[in-house]
Ligand binder design. Structure first.
Ligand code: B12
Length: 314
């Protein structure tokens, strides 16, 4: 194992990456990815162009590593000062929450699929995905294949061990698979309608895609408008299509202004149309909008949809 020695410290007191690796236990790819993707640290460059880390950079990296293991997202952490990070690290009670339950390890088929993806072997990846999913019903596909793969991709991407190109490829393949499942289901005349979308700036689409497939399979008429729809357009679409429920998804954290827009949206729509919001457990939005129903798992959504059909004699 590399030993940190005094000669690693340059005259200006700066450290090279190998010393930082030894001090933090992080691997060099992760350190570079946290700099590049999140701007979480800002090492200076030597005359020769190599990264030089200050004592503060090292403190930040130690805090980031520990807080990340406690479930915080790097995007949020990267915006905090070193003093705030240090205070969070030493506090018992987390002040922001991005709870993510741990996932079981991937199956060997799923690993092999991601191996093909990492090699950008589109054909082999598609063939493996088809093999894994062909025999599966929609619920098993979503819970057993799509979500575990997305989570693993998210983990690898944020650690810097998967590039952006393979990550795009997975998303494109899973989206196309889920969309084709949605299109394969017929809608009975007179079926109750659910409108699915996400508010402007919320680009995470798989929650509403999964919800749409399962709702359609349960017998609803699904109007799927995709993600990132501005408030006024959501209000217009609801007025125009008159759904039984408006189903939204909010995955990433929201600014104060975005939360106020959501309050206005729900206030406008909910006297006539109930609003369901799929989001991670403990998202701050839930405390702000008592008029909406918050759902944080696919299984809860299925139950709520089945109850709705039963209550309304559907
Ligand atoms: C794929 C992905 C993306 C893709 C999304 C592509 C797409 N078309 O959907 C892209 C690359 C665009 C993206 C961008 C970003 N992402 Co992103 N992304 C992910 C990833 C890897 C998977 C998300 C996903 O689709 N999961 C599958 C769905 C089904 O599961 P889920 O989102 O966990 O939702 C669960 C519940 O929230 C709830 N739910 C949510 N919605 C709905 C809807 C319904 C109807 C129902 C019933 C339930 C439900 O049930 C789900 C099942 O348990 C996660 C990592 C992870 N571990 O989740 C990060 C993650 C969600 N992203 C994150 C972040 C921070 C970002 C970016 C800010 C990154 C950046 N640096 O730019 C941007 C923000 C984009 C934006 N403006 O919204 C964070 C969010 C943390 C936070 N609290 O804010 C995560 C958790 C990664 C992390 N650990 O930091 N991302």
């Amino acid at each position: 194992m590399y030993r940190f020695i005094v000669s690693d410290v340059s005259k200006s007191g700066m450290l090279p990456i190998r010393a930082v690796v030894a001090l933090t236990g992080l691997n060099p790819d992760t350190i570079r990815a946290w700099e590049r993707r999140y701007g979480a640290i800002e090492p200076v460059r030597s005359d020769g162009g190599t990264r030089q880390f200050s004592e503060e950079d090292v403190t930040r990296l130690i805090c980031l590593k520990e807080l990340r293991e406690r479930g915080y997202g790097l995007q949020t952490l990267a915006e905090l000062t070193t003093t705030e990070l240090t205070a969070m690290r030493h506090s018992q009670k987390p002040t922001i929450q991005t709870p993510r339950p741990t996932q079981p390890p991937l199956s060997s088929d799923q690993q092999a699929y991601l191996d093909s993806i990492e090699e950008l072997d589109v054909g082999a990846a598609l063939a493996r995905l088809k093999e894994m999913s062909d025999e599966l019903g929609n619920l098993q596909l979503i819970l057993g294949v799509a979500i575990p793969i997305m989570w693993e991709v998210g983990r690898r991407w944020s650690e810097g061990t998967m590039g952006t190109a393979p990550e795009h490829l997975v998303r494109a393949q899973l989206k196309s698979l889920m969309t084709s499942r949605l299109e394969q289901i017929d809608t009975a005349p007179g079926a109750r309608r659910l409108l699915f979308t996400t508010p402007a700036g919320q680009l995470h689409e798989f929650g509403i895609l999964a919800g749409s497939v399962l709702a359609k399979e349960a017998g609803f008429d699904v109007l799927y408008l995709g993600p990132d729809l501005p408030t006024e357009d959501i209000i217009w679409s609801v007025a125009r299509s008159n759904p039984d429920i408006l189903v939204l998804s909010v995955v990433r954290s929201m600014s104060e202004v975005e939360m106020q827009q959501m309050e206005r949206l729900v206030d406008t729509v909910s006297p006539n149309v109930p609003v369901w919001i799929g989001c991670p457990p403990d998202h701050p939005l839930a405390a702000r909008i008592p008029k909406a129903i918050f759902i944080s798992s696919i299984e809860d959504f299925q139950r709520a949809a089945a109850t709705l059909l039963a209550d309304q004699g559907g």
